[in-house]
Design a protein around this ligand. Sequence first.
Ligand SMILES: CC(C)(COP(=O)(O)OP(=O)(O)OC[C@H]1O[C@@H](n2cnc3c(N)ncnc32)[C@H](O)[C@@H]1OP(=O)(O)O)[C@@H](O)C(=O)NCCC(=O)NCCS
Length: 163
Amino acid sequence: MENIRYLELKEAGTLLEQMETLFVLMYDYMGDKGLLQPLVPGGEKMWSKSLLPTLGKFGVVWLALNGEEVIGFIQGMIKLLPNYLGGGKVGIISHVYVKPEMRQYGIGSELAKKLEEWFVTKNIDSIELQVLYHNEKARNFWENTGYEYEVYQMRKFLVGVSE
Ligand SMILES: CC(C)(COP(=O)(O)OP(=O)(O)OC[C@H]1O[C@@H](n2cnc3c(N)ncnc32)[C@H](O)[C@@H]1OP(=O)(O)O)[C@@H](O)C(=O)NCCC(=O)NCCS
């Protein structure tokens, strides 16, 4: 996988459009792994529109490219803690995806490394992420990348509760 290159997304264009396609695939995959809150139709466009103004400020995306094809991406952002928790900055890994046929070659690890290095340049010393309980592959991946379990997230839909 020596011919894979990594670059930071800077603007709208074909790279972002390819990422939108991967974003939909990622939500399809997460749906199979127990995600209860699905992407709405066209949600990938809403996501990319909200992402663009954050780039170079409190958000970042690293892409993995094979030639001109986007084969993976990782998105991170900076969150400010409330004063009662110290008021510092925390890194958030919000999305990561590598195309199925390109997995197990170290591309996800390299994307995580690029993002962690970016967080270090922003003086961030801890990173949070959420992983689906039933996504064992991703859980293993994050455990092996040095992340520890901290919370369980639970959800209950209220449809029918008041009837
Ligand atoms: C999670 C995900 C991003 C990992 O991407 P990846 O490119 O396969 O990651 P890597 O190749 O760096 O690591 C995957 C495994 O391959 C192993 N590996 C890496 N390079 C390897 C190589 N050259 N030969 C054999 N194995 C290798 C790693 O040790 C790692 O093992 P682990 O599963 O025990 O941790 C990918 O599986 C994915 O896109 N999943 C779907 C979306 C998803 O679940 N996102 C996470 C949401 S929290």
